[in-house]
Design a protein around this ligand. Structure first.
Ligand code: FES
Length: 222
């Protein structure tokens, strides 16, 4: 799914701490995902309007993100607020980074440029993160492989997998051509699902990745 087609997962919420940034790719579009010091997540085009440096290489200062190259600082609306080489300049409003909508649901950060799409629903109020899995196979193939393990698709890029008393929620992100990220969480609290269960499903997902990349038949979840 492309950014303008609906909500796309770009990472586990737990993977980005307050005051940090990282890069994500959706169907070839580069995105900076960052969290300000108040803990709010942001997703923008990963390109500084000055000379095009990736903002994901930059650093967060309070509610601004600063570009690594010449230090231009942008507020949470993407507006440039400070240019170190011209500290007294009233920065023109036209210097702005394209920003995207962001939601954090089911322990996952989602973003989109669409205005009227709904997030896939999960049953649980509490979530335990398992892992993000990066697979060198196209998203359709990866989605199908998870369906073969018993996952039920609940949206074009999300699914639910019930295994005994456990329920997994999975969100699929097409990154670059032929590559996919799968963000996996357990529905339920960390007090119940942290530790052994997390590890079990992280290892199962890793095994599935090996099978997929080796084009082996995939094993059902146990
Ligand atoms: S390229 Fe970002 S501040 Fe110059």
């Amino acid at each position: 799914m492309k950014l303008n087609e609906g909500w796309v997962p770009v990472g586990l919420s737990s993977s980005i701490e307050a005051g940090t940034s990282t890069g994500a790719i959706v169907e070839g579009s580069e995105i900076v995902v960052w969290r300000d010091n108040s803990g709010n997540a942001h997703a923008w085009e990963d390109r500084c309007p000055h000379r095009g440096m990736r903002l994901s290489f930059g650093f967060v200062r309070g509610d601004h993100i600063a570009c690594l190259y010449h230090g231009w600082q942008y507020d949470t609306a993407g507006q440039c607020r400070y240019i170190p080489a011209h500290p007294t300049l009233d920065v023109p409003q036209t210097i702005k980074v394209p920003i995207y909508r962001v939601e954090e649901k089911h322990g996952i950060i989602w973003t989109t440029t669409a205005t009227d799409s709904a997030l896939p629903a999960a049953d649980a109020a509490e979530i335990t993160p398992v892992r993000s899995l990066y697979v060198d196979r196209p998203v359709d193939e990866v989605f199908l492989a998870f369906e073969q393990t018993g996952m039920t698709g609940i949206a074009a890029n999300a699914g639910k997998l019930v295994s005994g008393d456990d329920t997994l929620f999975l969100a699929f992100q097409a990154t670059t051509e032929g590559k996919t990220a799968v963000h996996i969480v357990l529905c339920g609290s960390a007090a119940v699902y942290g530790g052994a269960k997390q590890k079990h499903y992280a290892q199962w997902a890793e095994g599935l990745r090996f099978e997929l990349e080796a084009a082996q038949p995939v094993a059902e979840v146990a």
